[in-house]
Design a protein around this ligand. Structure first.
Ligand SMILES: Cc1cc2nc3c(=O)[nH]c(=O)nc-3n(C[C@H](O)[C@H](O)[C@H](O)COP(=O)(O)OP(=O)(O)OC[C@H]3O[C@@H](n4cnc5c(N)ncnc54)[C@H](O)[C@@H]3O)c2cc1C
Length: 354
């Protein structure tokens, strides 16, 4: 680890997958990292179905042998019933066999990432909330938290929907899709039809996702385009016991026009968000956290030009957003949802869509 300086190199706001991955990457590159997470470790979250592409990334973090502590189930693909046609879509395979996605407990995954960051020397302050930040003329950030003030050289906003820094820098978001609302809930018991793989089915105004996420535990997400998703337990889970009330989330797409600037990076959902149909939310959070931390290390340790690093990060982030957004819009067009344009058209990822 690099010798201690007077102030941390990097302050990361938020300890979800984006913040945890940024902390692991930056600490393993020798940066002095402080991560501040406002919620206690027990706050449960939706988003348990993870793409198999996450496995090699967690392996790079040194976590390959510890996944058993967070994984509730694994699955080789997804049953898809879309606009009347049904198919099983496998994730793929290689010489080692079929690729398998994960069902994880999100709190456990976040805990695993933060524990690994701490092992590598990152300071984790949890629960603590970042409440203010100003960049002083000497280039340092003066940051206020409810657990005290500190100075740092760079800020990484990994605060998810809170968009803590971006909200201050850029103000309100410009939505990049029609309004998309999700409803999600959990149920307990046995549903053998979902034990092999999750199921995704289209609805007239959106879709429904049902999955087994752990022993005797199942999750559902329903999304509506431009309206309110139904709150009822899905028919596939009619024989199960609901576990807690269902909850709602606004999952309208957004993309920060400027995801990096002098002394700061936005990562994960704070930088860009697509709805859960993309199935890449956590994967992209991890990748953007890693990418931003590498750029921060290059700037702080190797004298890389900040403007070039910012431009490369923006180009990478916008490139994947636009490709994924186009793919998703194609799915919605197949349902005849006029909000996404006619079948065969190309998505204009612009405010005119809204
Ligand atoms: C209903 C639903 C279902 C989903 N399903 C999936 C799925 O199956 N698979 C998938 O890959 N993705 C899924 N997603 C998307 C996925 O959950 C997100 O893309 C992912 O959590 C983004 O990670 P993040 O680290 O950017 O943000 P988050 O996970 O939201 O973490 C942000 C953290 O910042 C903290 N924070 C905020 N403000 C402050 C502050 N001021 N100070 C300190 N800390 C702060 C928060 O407490 C939080 O812990 C789903 C999303 C929803 C809403």
């Amino acid at each position: 680890m690099a010798p201690r300086r007077d102030h941390p190199d990097l302050l990361i706001v938020g300890g979800g997958p984006a913040g945890g991955s940024a902390a692991i990457t930056a600490a393993s590159r020798g940066l002095w990292v402080v991560l501040v997470e406002r919620d206690g470790s027990a706050t449960e979250r939706p988003g348990e179905s993870l793409h198999p592409g996450i496995e090699p990334l967690l392996g790079q973090f040194g976590l390959a042998g510890r996944l058993g502590t967070v994984v509730g189930a694994r699955h080789p693909g997804v049953w898809i019933t879309w606009n009347g046609s049904a198919r099983f879509e496998p994730f793929g395979s290689d010489a080692g066999g079929a690729w398998r996605g994960f069902q994880v407990r999100r709190t456990a995954l976040h805990g695993l990432l933060l524990a690994r960051a701490a092992e590598l020397g990152a300071e984790i302050r949890q629960p603590a909330r970042v409440t203010g930040a100003n960049r002083s003329p000497d280039g340092f950030w003066d940051v206020e938290t409810d657990a005290g003030a500190l100075r740092c050289r760079m800020l990484v906003d990994a605060s998810g929907d809170a968009r803590w820094l971006d909200r201050r820098l850029s103000g309100p978001l410009t939505p990049r899709s029609p309004r998309l609302l999700a409803r999600f809930g959990h149920a307990e018991g046995s549903c053998p039809a979902r034990d092999e793989a999750p199921a995704l089915e289209s609805l007239p105004d959106g879709w429904l996702w049902t999955a087994r996420v752990g022993p005797d535990r199942y999750a559902w997400v329903r999304l509506a385009v431009g309206g309110e998703p139904g709150r009822e337990t899905p028919a596939a889970f009619a024989a199960l016991r609901p576990s807690g009330p269902s909850r709602g989330a606004d999952v309208t797409w957004h993309l920060a026009e400027r995801p990096a600037g002098p002394g700061w990076f936005l990562v994960g959902d704070a930088a860009a968000r697509l709805d859960p149909l993309s199935s890449h939310g956590v994967l992209k959070a991890i990748m953007s956290g890693m990418m931003a931390a590498h750029f921060a290390a290059a700037i702080l340790q190797e004298g890389a030009a900040p403007e070039a690093a910012e431009a490369q990060y923006r180009s990478w982030l916008h490139g994947w957003f636009e490709a994924d957004a186009e793919r998703l819009a194609g799915f919605y067009r197949q349902l005849g949802l006029a909000e996404f344009g006619p079948l065969g058209s190309t998505l204009s990822v612009t405010p005119e869509l809204v």
